[in-house]
Design a protein around this ligand. Structure first.
Ligand SMILES: [Zn+2]
Length: 234
């Protein structure tokens, strides 16, 4: 019995030493302090994002994930663009794509997103070797004047409403800054979300890669159905 008593005392001593040691480290090591402050901040940021999820009014200011601009008029496009905000899509469920973000992490996230969509069989992105050959161009932006972690602009033919070109931007300002807590999976989810817009999908509040805060889900069965439905007719 005495042995157990000593053992418990020793155990308590060890625990207290660890706690005191932990506090001491916290107050004396500014790097650890900064890291834990950043962790707390990230956690708050995540909660804000989650709260912002299903709420249209708050997503504008709180959603760091994405925004999309449809049917944007571009000067180089000789084809007609429409400003009517109706759903667009490509003529068929396939489009050529070129990825060049200038960053390894973003490039590989975009490549994974392409693979994931291609595996669904609902839409096929065909990689090409230059932006001139591509219907969809994926690049990076470094922009803190927007809350968006990604942005997709599409140009459409006004007669048949088919897309003629799309630009997908991944915002490195948020995606690559550890303060915002984007791990590789969330960056891939963001790229899948933007490619979803480039296919012609809109936001939904369902469990979907197309939730307005577009980084929490990968492609869901409902998303595949939505693409199949969008391209069911010619
Ligand atoms: Zn979006």
């Amino acid at each position: 019995m005495a042995e157990i008593g000593i053992f418990r005392l020793l155990k308590r001593l060890v625990v207290w030493t660890l706690i005191i040691g932990g506090c001491w480290l916290y107050f004396t090591n500014s790097q650890i302090q900064a890291a834990s402050t950043a962790m707390i901040w990230n956690f708050r940021q995540r909660i804000v994002n989650l709260i912002g999820n299903g709420d249209d009014t708050s997503t504008q200011s709180l959603n760091l994930s994405d925004s999309s601009q449809k049917n944007e008029q571009t000067s180089q496009q000789k084809t007609d663009s429409t400003t009517i905000p109706t759903n667009g899509r490509w003529a068929t469920n396939t489009a050529t794509i070129y990825v060049n973000t200038g960053n390894k992490t973003l490039d590989s996230a975009a490549q994974s997103a392409i693979q994931q969509w291609n595996q669904t069989g609902a839409f096929t992105f065909r990689p090409v070797n230059s932006s001139q050959q591509a219907e969809i161009v994926v690049s990076a932006m470094d922009n803190d004047s927007t809350n968006a972690a990604g942005l997709t602009k599409t140009s459409s033919n006004s007669i048949n409403n088919h897309f003629v070109h799309a630009n997908v931007y991944l915002n490195q300002r948020y995606l690559l800054d550890p303060e915002y807590g984007y791990d590789q999976q969330r960056i891939v989810n963001t790229a899948e979300h933007e490619l979803g817009h480039a296919i012609g999908l809109d936001h939904t509040k369902q469990v979907s890669v197309m939730q307005p805060a577009g980084s929490f889900y990968t492609i869901q069965p409902g998303d595949i159905q939505a693409v199949k439905k969008l391209y069911a007719t010619n």
